[in-house]
Design a protein around this ligand. Structure first.
Ligand code: AHR
Length: 583
């Protein structure tokens, strides 16, 4: 460590850019074997650089004095100042469209995700429309939520839809999440009303674990049919004569675990049956947007999940007319270690760096499963749907551990930005994602307590990224540099760019480093830039949060950028997320 710091203090011998290049396998592709992780590659390259330097013996005597002096200064003065990052953006090289569905949400009957968070009931003193909180609806409308996945999660495989319709609702249990009573007052009508109020599409997960294909098929008939069947009449009698539109159908949830602990082959036979019989029964919707079917996919990188993806994709490749699927789900939480032990508040730089390092594994995971999908689906017809992602920390003290209650800090905002950027870079395959979970659970957008509501740092990232919804990905090249804390090394900056349908350019740059500002100099080619404006999100500390009492600690502020001679210059605060529009 000491030797490394000396090297860092001596720029001729140690170039942080090399490390990042190694990381990206650009100059270190001569390994005997493919490194099993980014970190292994990083360490190996670092070691090679040390060897190179030690072979340059002539350098040592004449630089020793300078090195020691600089190193001493480096070791005693805290990291400050700013780094320069050059970035180039080629506006004429359009990539894939960034599907707006990657900004999707996930609402499960879990803790106060639904009850208290969305649903307060029509008689509540909390302002509501037909029982649904007005403040929550307004906040979600502002982030243009494209899809909401519901009713779970693990809950979905124990959900029986008939309990959630009509005047008399059955009171059941929620054994997955604290064993509490489930009043079923938020059911089909209420969920569909909620998504209509926020302007989103329905992504409904049907019960494969403890339900039947018939139960699921009848639910879809109840929701979608236009013909006067008994179920259509029941829907009308329950308050909704017009058919609903179900944009996406999830066939089970984590069927390898809480969804029934199935083998890939067992699940596959269920998938075929559900895919065949659980239909969109509304012929008028079928051409424009049939209900897209999403199969259960992997939950990690271990061999059992590689086998899962292989099995499902191979079967899909050979599928006959009688069944099909349009997406393969993938779940990946940033946990650090299991069971979740990282705290969501009151942490320091060590935990900040460790969690961000862990979240970057999303990239490798997507790459791994996309490669398997490519074998069977080179045309990328089947989307990879990351329909559960986000940070999962230890429950807050004095909360029901089954309610998965955590705070949301600046670290989570940076984590969200890094993941959204990963999804955007994989836009050709990742065409939908749903952060877990929208309100009061895990990495939430919104936290409520009775009549109080606060918007989280993660919420503001989703708001700042609205212009990327449906925009066309543009390649950005940059030397990220390195942010290092103890034995954790991360790319200092991350960036994505896109062109929206109005021809405006959008650039997002995250400065991961909590100690160093960054001066960005961006060269824009293929675009006549005249002006640039933007917003930045940062806060005093890595664990800064918004609370009911102080809701504006982590909120976006406007930032200015200069355009001169086709170059954009911009200052990035430490630990910040910045979105710039260029016209
Ligand atoms: O989001 C919480 C839970 O995490 C979901 O119910 C389940 O699918 C996953 O394991």
């Amino acid at each position: 460590m000491f030797a490394e710091r000396i090297l860092m203090a001596f720029p001729l011998a140690y170039k942080p850019e090399f490390i990042v290049d190694c990381w990206r396998h650009e100059i270190c592709d001569d390994f005997e074997e493919e490194p099993s992780s980014k970190e292994r590659a990083l360490l190996r390259c670092r070691f090679d650089l040390l060897k190179v330097v030690s072979h340059q013996a002539w350098l040592l005597p004449c630089t020793l004095v300078v090195t020691v002096a600089v190193a001493c200064a480096f070791l005693t003065v805290p990291a400050m100042g700013s780094e320069k990052v050059e970035l180039s953006l080629e506006a004429s090289k359009a990539g894939a469209k960034i599907d707006r569905n990657i900004f999707g949400q996930f609402v499960e009957h879990l803790g106060h995700g639904v009850y208290g968070g969305i649903w307060v009931g029509p008689d509540s003193a909390i302002p509501n429309t037909r029982g649904i909180r007005n403040d929550v609806v307004a906040a979600l409308k502002a982030i243009h939520v494209p899809t909401v996945r519901w009713p779970g999660g693990c809950f979905a495989d124990e959900y029986h839809w008939r309990n959630g319709i009509g005047q008399q609702r059955a009171v059941t249990l929620n054994p997955n999440w604290g064993g509490v009573l489930e009043p079923n007052t938020f059911g089909t009508l209420e969920f569909m009303d909620f998504i209509e109020q926020i302007g989103a599409e329905a992504y409904v997960s049907v019960n494969v674990g403890s339900g039947t294909p018939r139960e699921a098929a009848e639910w879809m008939e109840y929701m979608t049919t236009v013909q006067p069947t008994t179920l259509e009449k029941e829907r009308a009698a329950n308050g909704h004569p017009a058919p609903y539109k179900v944009g996406y159908l999830g066939i089970g949830n984590e069927s390898w675990d809480c969804g029934g602990n199935m083998t890939p082959d067992y699940y596959l036979s269920q998938l075929k049956i559900y895919s065949r019989f659980v239909r969109n029964f509304n012929p008028t919707q079928q051409d424009k947007q049939p209900m897209l079917k999403i199969a259960v996919g992997p939950g990690g990188s271990e061999p059992r999940w590689t086998e899962w993806t292989q099995t499902i994709m191979k079967a899909w490749h050979e599928h006959t007319w009688s069944w099909d699927m349009n997406g393969l789900s993938m779940h990946s939480y940033t946990v650090g270690k299991w069971p979740p032990a990282f705290t969501s508040v009151g942490f320091g730089e060590k935990e900040y760096a460790e969690i961000l390092k862990s979240t970057l594994e999303m990239d490798e995971l997507i790459a791994k499963h996309s490669a398997i999908m490519d074998e069977y689906d080179p045309q990328k017809k089947v989307a990879l749907v990351v329909d559960e992602w986000g940070a999962w920390y230890a429950p807050l003290p004095n909360t029901n551990p089954g309610f998965l209650v955590q705070q949301n800090s600046l670290r989570d905002a940076i984590l969200a930005a890094l993941n959204l950027n990963i999804f955007a870079r994989h836009a050709d395959r990742v065409r939908m994602a749903n952060i877990a979970q929208t309100i009061n659970v895990l990495q939430a957008m919104i936290i409520t307590d009775k009549e109080k509501m606060v918007l989280t740092p993660t919420y503001y990232v989703f708001k700042m990224y609205v212009p990327f919804q449906g925009a066309t990905f543009l390649p950005v090249a940059f030397k990220a540099g390195i942010y290092r804390h103890d034995d954790v090394a991360l790319p200092r900056v991350d960036a994505i760019a896109a062109k929206d349908t109005n021809g405006k350019l959008w650039l997002e740059i995250t400065n991961v480093d909590p100690g160093q500002a960054v001066e960005v100099e961006a060269t824009l080619t293929g675009f006549q830039a005249k002006s640039a404006t933007g917003e930045t999100l940062t806060a005093p500390k890595v664990d800064s949060v918004n609370t009911f009492e102080a809701p504006d600690i982590v909120v976006p502020k406007s930032v200015s950028a200069k355009i001169e001679g086709g170059k954009l210059t911009l200052h990035l605060d430490p630990k910040s997320i910045t979105v710039i529009s260029v016209q």
